[in-house]
Design a protein around this ligand. Sequence first.
Ligand SMILES: [Ca+2]
Ligand SMILES: [Ca+2]
Ligand SMILES: [Ca+2]
Length: 520
Amino acid sequence: MKKLLAILALTLSAGMAVGQVTEDFESGTKTAYAAADVTLGSGTWTLTDALLGTTASDRFNGTKSVRLRNGSLTMKFNASTAGTVSVYHALYGSDASQTWKLQQSIDDGANWTDVGSAVTTSSTSLAQVSFVVDLNSPVRFQIVKTSGGTTRINIDDFSITAFGANTAPSITDVARTAYIPEPVDNLTVTSTITDNGSISAAYLRYTINGGEIDSSLATNTSGSSYSATISSELISDGDFVVYSYSALDNLGAYSKSTDSKVFVGTTSISTLRVNDMNGLNVYNNSVARIVGTASFPNGVTSATNMDWYLQDESAGINIFKFGDASFPVEIGTKYTVSGVVTPFNGRLEIVPSSTSNIVNSGSGILPDPTTVVVPSVAGFLASPEDYEGELASFKNVQISSGTWPATSTFVTTLLVSDDGGVNSIALYINTTTGGIEQVGTFDVVGIIRQDDNTSPFNAAYQIVPRSADDFYPANTLPVELASFTASAFGSGAKLVWSTKTEQNNAGFEVERKTTGNWTS
Ligand SMILES: [Ca+2]
Ligand SMILES: [Ca+2]
Ligand SMILES: [Ca+2]
């Protein structure tokens, strides 16, 4: 194994020397979208409605990439020849899928023609795409957005090989056979690997829970298709697996695919909620399956997109998906959700690719959907990230800034405080939730949402009630039932209930009636 890794390391540098033009977008600075030239390592480029992005929502290798909105990035110099053009692309932030194309000019940028077909970017993981050009004369290139309007993509590591040069293997279509690998099954990953010569070896490289890199030899199953597995004996429920394909060609040129990241089986929500020192979630772009109870309904905060919350015994998380704003979600029902771990403005989301990845599992016993009773606004502000995504209750607050809107068609944010305005938190209300004006002191229940677009993402938390029923007179926040079921039990009846919140509650009194009045 050590020998293999040494060979891979040596050939990595050999492979990189092949490129005639390589641009990693690391050396320039451009912070505004307005069209301007920027001097980069390879030469001068014109970025039109594009900038060099460095934020947590940008996807890049290194520390920068181009963030392209509705424009283009264009070389202002020629490559002397061109064999293959390769480029990495990914969606910016949570932007929707969009398309772009590569164009070439053989007359110093006077006229442009398309190279290959338009490319659709639909993933938030950087993926490489290659275009065969094979032109033995000077040529320059540009990338132009062709759809998506003001949605954005990131472009990185643009490279042009010389005409006739050996190119490293192209690895595409890296795919797991199971979206969520189960601990009892081998984790099988397939890929397509092509080369201008031939492939001498291909491997699946992986780490489990951040351990040492291991690899398993890939089998050439047919044509350019490869398959490799990680044994089920190596993986358990909740394990975090990072893997990629690597390949060597007959001349020793080496390629590696971008990393894929997945949690095996079912993962607790708190496992996913780990941020680094800059407030960036360390599992960004991983795929995970979670099981919990719906704590916030769909359709309250967005008329166009799915936006609700799921909470398990450990923590809460936002479930977000473009479209499907009317997908039915019942508070208190258990759901199994699989999707991509995606931080957005400090808010941790699971983004399912389809509603088929949201399964109502409500017939089982509900996990206890504990509503966190916040000790005080000051207590909340001491560690707000502990509450983000969870249903929380605040007692004895007053509006400390802003005025309850007069109309019933509003979205507004007020500040509320329980200590006369010394410490305050935002209260988000809209048509659904703000129907009853709160005067004086009151209690309120809501999800803790975050909307902070600046690292380290430790500000801009707000309470978002689920409906007008989430407001209560001061210090009277009552018991909220999460579930109540009755079933035959011998000649009697078995009653099972769980609560979301209990304030000032002495206990429960069960009454029954056959005919006439209720009796204890
Ligand atoms: Ca870069
Ligand atoms: Ca080759
Ligand atoms: Ca957060």
